[in-house]
Write a protein that binds this ligand. Sequence first.
Ligand code: COI
Length: 355
Amino acid sequence: MSLHILRTTTPKRRVPDDQLGFGHVFTDHMLLMDYAPDVGWHDARIEPYGPFALEPSTIVFHYGQAVFDGLKAFRTASGDVRLFRPQRHLRRLNTSAARVCIPPIDETFTLQALKELVRLDADWVPRTPGCSLYMRPTLIATDPALGVHPSRTYRFFVIVSPVGAYYPEGFKPIKILVEDRHVRAVSGGLGAAKTPANYAASLLAAEEAQAKGFTQVLWLDGIAHRYIEEVGSMNIFFVIDDELVTPPLEGSILDGVTRDSVIALAQNWGLRVAERRIGIDDILAAHGAGKLTEVFGTGTAAVISPVCELYYKAHTIVINNRKVGPVTQKIYEALTSIQQGLTPDLYGWMVSVLG
Ligand code: COI
């Protein structure tokens, strides 16, 4: 497939890095591709960023047949621009798509098209450490029809946003409410797919938690309301008795790329790492015994987010005197140094847009 490029004739003004926040500013261009059953994915093109028209009957508006992913590009000190683990993100996009009957995209072609998009908008890649270029590949069902069945036609698009920290707190410990009423996902449902419904399901609990002064919620499993799943829109890690523990991927939890990277780093350092079920009662017990020393969330948007307090049924669990712990700090520094090209990338995670 060829990629048609239409450059903007009216480039936008850049926003200073310290005013970016997360996901408010969009670059000059976007990538698009369409799907029809007779021709498959076709008409790959880069165009000026802007609205596109869809009929109000379009399936995605009614039944949410859509998936997305999120990945980042970083500018290195030598001026190169590199994507963080793009192949793994595109593979996950296709895995998510399969769960909601969306036909897969060609990952190799799409990676080349993504690089072209970032090369075109390279001026938008922030220069400030802690900032990056966030890409949002998205697949939506586009048939204008109200019957509940998979769409025949689809659109793929990638929009690009220069971003700062996801949480206004930045790399500061956050307070988390353990959610014991609403659930995000159940095994066999959509939790492992990056589909908008999961995020819609999270909104009410997050609003209620924020009204009580918490940044986000800790999700428990949908059946026993006991096992820990995710934190906000991130995966979660605990340091208990010098072991790094995270819940296993059993169908209701997203297979986070940052989660996978943290596990790889920790194992490489010789830390004990366990992917195992852990109940909120186990967390209370470990805290009571003085063995729970650190808690942090991981995600592409927030990278590493230290947790200083968990609140559960009138118990307040204060972690590490509300300070960032040594494992959290070491992981944050290792990951962000690789992303910024400050330390060698032993894992082959960074992909230059020039290659
Ligand atoms: C990410 O970490 O990239 C996410 O998808 C979380 C959120 C911005 C949806």
